[in-house]
Design a protein around this ligand. Sequence first.
Ligand SMILES: [Zn+2]
Length: 145
Amino acid sequence: MSTLTRDEEFLLQQARDAAKHAYCPYSHFAVGAACESEIGIVKGCNVENASYGLSCCAERSALFAAVSRGAKRFTRLALSCTNATADTRPETGMCCGACRQVMAELMPQNALVIIDGIGTFTVAELLPKPFLLLGETNSQKEVLP
Ligand SMILES: [Zn+2]
């Protein structure tokens, strides 16, 4: 895993903190996410449901909460599955397809996604050919330097 900047490490710590609130009685994977935008850092955790399909991942919880608070320009998102063990497959800590699709719509394609213990990826690396309906979404914008 590449070395994180101080800001990236802070964002990752916020994601780990968010995992403390995870509601995960079925998977037992406590996941937290923290997204950074012009309104600051907004955290989210996975919230599972007995019907499984209604469960929401930490990444989408964080992004939806941030949008609900007015966020429009996302720069980074950090993700942590805090109770993954040494024998947990690395793929288990990756973002699912639904979250990648949401990131592709809401975040710039070169925004960074920092995944605890795995690595840092751009949104475009996680989902290079997203489904898009609108002509102008954040996914066609780039993070300002
Ligand atoms: Zn997901």
